[in-house]
Design a protein around this ligand. Structure first.
Ligand SMILES: [Zn+2]
Ligand SMILES: [Zn+2]
Ligand SMILES: [Zn+2]
Ligand SMILES: [Zn+2]
Length: 213
């Protein structure tokens, strides 16, 4: 199997792009939103890109009220992508930890990057970059809305390397294997005793039993 960069759809106009293409697209798509979607001209929102700090196919583009707290962003990332069993998490820049109760506006400017870790053991390492700053909030006025996210990437089966994996054997996953296609899962030697995990569309797929629910 050859892997290509995963695309995702813009929730504003439904056009499809890869992560970096989506960043450029949204810079213009966001400015073309109808004026009535702006509820309150005093409010300002940020366009954030969330990726992993290692190469992966997982990414998000978010529209965030700049007055939201880091805690709100933390809760959002946990719910959408990360939460398995209530691990610790933190935002930081270099060695400087960012307080959860601060508001994004106090720190974030266009072009800034901050890091985020979920779980200090099997850490999911994210990087958050501010791609832009816009007058008004997202339609609906929610603190955080998704502008775009990657479609589920195709990950090759560890057994045959030919078909995309659809489930994870939790036993073999400890050894860094056990991502199986439909066919190989039925012939897998760990058998009926184990509960195979579905593969969530998240960088935490296969980590600490994370199933996305
Ligand atoms: Zn668009
Ligand atoms: Zn966990
Ligand atoms: Zn297979
Ligand atoms: Zn197995």
């Amino acid at each position: 199997m050859t892997l290509k960069a995963t695309k995702g759809a813009c929730t504003l106009c439904e056009k499809e792009y890869t992560r970096s293409g989506m960043g450029k697209h949204l810079a213009s798509c966001l400015t073309k939103q109808p004026a009535e979607s702006i509820m309150d001209d005093e409010r300002v929102s940020l366009h954030l890109q969330v990726t992993t700090r290692y190469p992966s196919d997982y990414w998000l583009h978010l529209h965030v009220d700049e007055r939201a707290t880091f805690k709100t962003l933390d809760m959002f990332l946990r719910k959408l992508w990360l939460e398995c069993c209530g691990h610790m998490s933190q935002f930081f820049v270099g060695r400087q930890i960012i307080g959860m109760h601060g508001r994004l506006v106090t720190l974030l400017r266009t072009g800034y990057e901050i890091d985020y870790d979920y779980d200090m053991g099997d850490t999911t390492q994210l990087r958050i970059k501010v791609l832009g700053r816009y007058q008004g909030l997202a339609p609906g006025g929610k603190a955080i809305t998704i502008l775009a996210r990657n479609h589920p990437p195709e990950i090759p089966c560890d057994a045959c390397d030919r078909h995309p994996a659809v489930s994870i054997c939790p036993e073999c996953n400890w050894e860094g294997e056990g991502w199986l296609c439909r066919k190989c899962a039925t012939q897998h030697s760990c058998g009926d005793e184990v509960d195979y995990l579905t593969i969530p569309n998240s960088p935490r797929a296969g980590v600490c039993g994370y199933t996305g629910v």
